[in-house]
Design a protein around this ligand. Structure first.
Ligand SMILES: *Cc1c(COP(=O)(O)O)cnc(C)c1O
Length: 361
């Protein structure tokens, strides 16, 4: 028996389950299980990544100044108040590591991102799950779960895997009502898919205890590069930089992300295609008895009669080379999360679910 034991809480961490990408025996699969951009990264990001190869013997920038300048210019934010991480996952981890520990509580919501309880436990803190209301974050439920031990509240807006969002006024009400000793993290991984939503940046400016996180993994199509960022009060950024490794982002990742944020044309194209196709996909599935909430993201949450039907549909989609995501682990057993692909992928999904439903009745 090994006497070397990990810190308390570590063995309570459930290993993260990623979206599936292969089906045994089926070729030409379309992966719609991880909310990736069907159009890939910007061609300019690809070129920048390639160009970086010649200087890979050099250490990358430690302060990420060029990338922070580019993000700041694009979003009209002070670059000094930005921190970059290996995906927004790492920024979320900095926050938990720096602000929560043994004896502390970290709140997340019922259908919230599965990384929140993982990073809370990594920091030695206790994750506390709060119910949502009809697949929407409920501010009153969060407030009634706050205790003297609460250090962080994680809210995803728009949500994953729900695809819904709550109004900025509700987020402001939450920020206002939380104790000043408690951080509120607005995870804006899908903010770009909502017209006119700043991801929570204006709330960061209004409330000292609010942090916004963003990612290059979704609309920018750079999930494989692992780049995310956070925006907060200067005092918080100064703390997060202390738990950040000096060379956390590779030269290639920094170059690709900077090129991506500057390619507004590609971003505009991806957002427009997504907005068009998510409505089409959702409408077509509703017509055949598979409803979903109006999506504010690049996926829809398709609801079935029960868990058995959702799983049978998932199995059938796999035989058709379509990989979507089961979300029973997010307390949504009768639903499947389907990433909005390109037009061909969306048509294949509708045809396959139509065939499944036809066969089922
Ligand atoms: C995809 C996603 C992220 C982004 O993760 P990265 O580490 O930036 O790839 C963060 N939060 C939510 C809710 C997500 O769905």
């Amino acid at each position: 028996m090994n006497k070397i034991t990990p810190q308390p809480g570590i063995m309570d961490i459930a290993l993260y389950q990623g979206g599936q990408s292969h089906v045994a025996g089926v070729e030409h699969v379309i992966k719609l299980s991880s909310n990736e951009n069907p159009f890939g990264p910007s061609p300019k990001a690809i070129e920048a990544a390639r160009d970086s190869a010649a200087t890979l013997h050099r250490y990358p920038s430690t302060d990420h100044a060029p990338l922070r300048q580019a993000i700041g210019a694009r979003h009209r934010l002070d670059p000094a108040r930005l921190v970059c991480g290996v995906g927004s996952d790492e920024v979320l981890q900095f926050i938990a590591q720096a602000y929560a520990g043994p004896g502390d509580e970290v709140i997340y919501t019922e259908h919230g991102f599965s990384m929140y309880p993982i990073i809370a436990r990594m920091a030695g803190a206790m994750p506390v799950m709060v119910p949502e209301r009809d697949r929407h974050v409920d501010v009153d439920n969060i407030l009634s779960a706050v205790t003297e031990q609460t250090r962080i509240v994680f809210v995803t807006n728009p949500g994953n895997p729900t695809s819904t969002m709550i109004p900025e006024a509700e987020l402001a009400r939450l920020a206002e009502a939380l104790p000043q000793t408690c951080l509120m993290v607005i995870d804006g991984a899908y903010a770009e898919f909502v017209d006119g939503f700043d991801g929570g940046a204006s709330l960061v400016d209004r409330f000292e205890n609010v942090i916004m996180t963003r990612t290059f993994s979704k609309v920018y199509g750079l999930g494989g590069m692992r780049v995310g960022w956070g925006y907060a009060a200067q005092s918080i950024i100064d703390v997060l930089n202390r738990v950040r490794q000096p060379f956390n982002l590779s030269l290639t990742a920094l170059a690709a992300a900077e090129a991506a944020v500057n390619d507004v044309e590609f971003l505009t194209f991806c957002r427009a295609e997504n907005a068009r196709l998510r409505v089409w996909l959702s409408d077509e599935l509703a017509k055949i008895g598979v409803p979903s909430d109006a999506s504010c993201t690049n996926f829809i949450l398709a609801r079935f009669a029960d868990q058995a039907e959702a799983e049978a549909c998932d199995d059938y989609l796999k035989t058709q080379g379509l990989i979507v995501r089961r979300v029973a682990g997010y307390n949504l057993p009768n639903a499947l999360r389907i990433t909005v692909g390109d037009e061909d992928a969306c048509r294949r999904v509708v045809a396959a679910i139509t065939a499944f439903k036809g066969g089922a009745v």
